[in-house]
Design a protein around this ligand. Structure first.
Ligand code: RB5
Length: 145
């Protein structure tokens, strides 16, 4: 699977660990906040990954900041992006099954590296269920009054 990943300054270590973990499993990972081009602003980190995901429907995004909240809030302002902030494996599973999430979000100050890798494995291996969820996902894109 191909990934685009970015973090702010609060999650560089977790981001690097995840990149190593995914590459070790044969996945392709594009680091959008490398050491020579950090994204200290979490909105900017989110924008970099969202731009990639919007250009390639098969690509999955990973965003990490201190709580995960800033990157998730920003990412979900992009149309076509369904960014799920997850804190356990059940949330990661449901984010794929019901929400067809195309970005997974972690909080480096909330989640251990071990837990992040477990949630990522679930996220990668769980398909979207489709069916009754299609209409609901369409509604997510409807303009807000
Ligand atoms: C940075 O201190 C922190 O505010 C940021 O990483 C994130 O948690 C924001 O939601």
């Amino acid at each position: 699977m191909d990934f685009s990943i970015a973090s702010d300054h609060a999650a560089v270590d977790m981001k690097n660990q995840i990149i190593e973990f995914l590459r070790g499993q044969g996945h392709t990972v594009n680091d959008k906040s490398p050491a020579d081009k950090p994204a200290d602003n979490y909105a900017e980190a989110a924008d970099r990954v969202c731009t990639d995901v919007k250009q390639n429907a098969k690509l999955r995004g990973i965003l990490i900041c201190g709580t995960g909240q800033g990157t998730a809030i920003r990412a979900n302002r992009h149309s076509g992006i369904r960014a799920a902030l997850v804190t356990n494996e059940y949330m990661a599973e449901m984010a794929r099954l019901h929400n067809n999430a195309n970005i997974i979000v972690f909080g480096s100050r909330i989640t251990t590296q071990t837990m992040a890798k477990r949630m990522l494995a679930v996220f990668i291996n769980t398909p979207y269920e489709g069916g009754r969820h299609e209409e609901r996902l369409k509604s997510l894109e409807a303009p807000v009054k």
